[in-house]
Design a protein around this ligand. Structure first.
Ligand code: MN
Length: 488
């Protein structure tokens, strides 16, 4: 069998694990279609082009995503790079698949052009998320394979693509709780952005692993035995090595001293439910003394992005220090795939977002409303970019401001003089009061009067940004000085 066939078989096998059989036929049709469309095309790496969409689809299948998403992954480069059009895709594979492919094609124009374009890029990604989260998932899978074949590109392109990943993709994956994806993306980008550091760390880690491997296996065996003795059932114990980039960031905080990073090798114990997590923690502490201040209960108090797990760091019988993470299978899937883990098959075999995660339902709802209501952004309450809003100048420049910011904050953000000379504001072409809270997507025009020299002290009562506050205060103090001077 050819390498391509083997890889495609593997894709079908991965999907078969969780999807109904008739979906597999459609995936096969999409694969044949993509093969035909990309016929004769090569990647920079010299491989036939089809290996790229196939790898993209494989990543999506490993996240257990719906066949429509996987099919869109197989077809994602067709409208841009082949003679076939979006319309051909729609005719053959329907509305859902073609709208996903369209979304990816549009996102394709996002490029990292340094900090001044950064916010704009984030905004585009953000809007794309709001329209259809699934597009982002495909884009991530696409980018991951591009990173893995980055060696074939010239150095300047390597740097541009790797920077995009660190500055745009990775923060978004993080906000969406997709740690597995974030880790893999960063790992590849790290290699190209900091080659010296990457190689230093790789050698360092290999030495450490050689040294620790034996005792790691020993401790895994020990833990398994103890849990069995205590009657714990249906569990899994495995070792994991911290990803190089996150280890690198941690080392920077610890004077590059690997002996001070306790969690670069950890043991993960997966159990069947929450009570079992705590039982296991008890057993572990009975057998191995915990390090003070290193027990973290992210089950009782999950991290803001929903991460749940128990962490503890213990002394092994050999006197080594090791981190142990205890969690349920569900927590494990959440931590790896984040929001991508929240789709599931219902009894009828249709693919749906999980009911537990309300905000995904919300997004689905917004998607439906989108066609009727273009002002969808104001409804977005997902904390993807914390509490920031994005508003536009009449020229289309994007200004990002904290939630609740007013036209005055906007004005000072554009220019101090515009702030000081502000006499009114138009929000989406409507006259608005100066204390009105702006919303994402608003187009804001500041009306100025050139003869006005000083801000109104009342503005201090409602501005939200320290930038505006400081500029108002400093302009007012100048006025006080002038007043004093005039009085004398
Ligand atoms: Mn692609």
């Amino acid at each position: 069998m050819s390498e391509l066939d083997t890889k495609f078989k593997n894709l079908l096998k991965t999907i078969k694990n969780y999807a109904p059989k008739n979906d597999l036929e459609l995936v096969s049709l999409a694969f044949d279609f993509a093969k035909e469309a990309h016929k004769g095309q090569k990647r920079m790496s010299g491989e036939d082009y089809i290996f790229h969409p196939l790898a993209t689809a494989q990543t999506l299948a490993e996240m257990k995503l719906s066949p429509a998403i996987i099919i869109a992954g197989l077809l994602h480069d067709i409208p841009e790079d082949t003679n076939y059009t979006l319309e051909d895709i729609r005719k053959n594979f329907g509305e859902e698949v073609s709208s996903l492919v369209e979304g990816i094609t549009k996102l394709g124009s996002i490029k990292y052009r340094g900090i001044e374009r950064y916010i704009e890029n984030l905004r585009k990604m953000f809007i794309a998320i709001a329209r259809d989260l699934r597009v982002i998932l495909i884009k991530f899978a696409d980018r991951l394979h591009n990173l893995r074949t980055l060696y074939a590109l010239p150095r300047n392109k390597q740097i541009r693509i790797a920077s995009e990943v660190m500055e745009i993709y990775s923060p978004i994956a993080n906000r969406l709780g997709m740690y597995e994806m974030k880790g893999q993306l960063e790992e590849e980008a790290f290699k190209y952005l900091y080659p010296k550091e990457y190689n230093w760390l790789k050698i360092l880690i290999e030495e450490q692993i050689k040294h620790k491997e034996k005792y790691l296996n020993k401790i895994i065996k020990f833990v398994k035995q103890e849990l069995e003795n205590e009657g714990i059932k249906n569990f899994e114990v495995r070792g994991r090595i911290k990803q190089l980039y996150s280890l690198y960031k941690k080392l920077l905080r610890h004077d590059k001293d690997i002996n001070r990073v306790y969690d670069f090798i950890a043991i993960r114990i997966i159990v069947k439910n929450v009570p079992a997590c705590y039982s296991v923690l008890g057993i572990i502490h009975k057998k191995m003394k915990p390090l003070k201040g290193r027990i973290k209960d992210y089950i009782a108090q999950p991290k803001p992005n929903g991460y749940s797990s128990l962490h503890t760091t213990v002394f092994t019988p050999e006197g080594e220090i090791i981190e142990i993470q205890i969690r349920t299978r569900e927590m494990e899937e959440d931590a790896e795939y984040g929001i991508a883990a929240h789709w599931y098959y219902d009894e009828k075999g249709s693919f749906k977002p999980n009911k537990k995660t309300n905000w995904i339902e919300e997004i689905t709802k917004w998607q439906k409303e989108l066609s009727e209501n273009q002002k969808f952004l104001e409804k977005l309450k997902i904390d993807v970019f914390q509490d920031r809003i994005f508003v536009f100048t009449p020229n289309g420049d994007v200004i990002d401001l904290p939630y609740g910011a007013t036209p005055i904050d906007f004005a000072y953000n554009v220019h101090t003089d515009i702030g000081n000379q502000c006499v009114g504001a138009l929000i989406n072409n409507q006259i608005a009061t100066l204390d009105k809270a702006l919303k994402s997507g608003d187009v804001v025009e500041i009306l100025t009067n050139k003869s006005r020299k000083f801000p109104n002290p009342d503005w201090l009562k409602f501005v939200k940004t320290s930038l505006a506050r400081n500029k108002i205060k400093s302009s007012l103090s100048k006025r006080t000085l002038i007043d004093k001077f005039l009085k004398k």
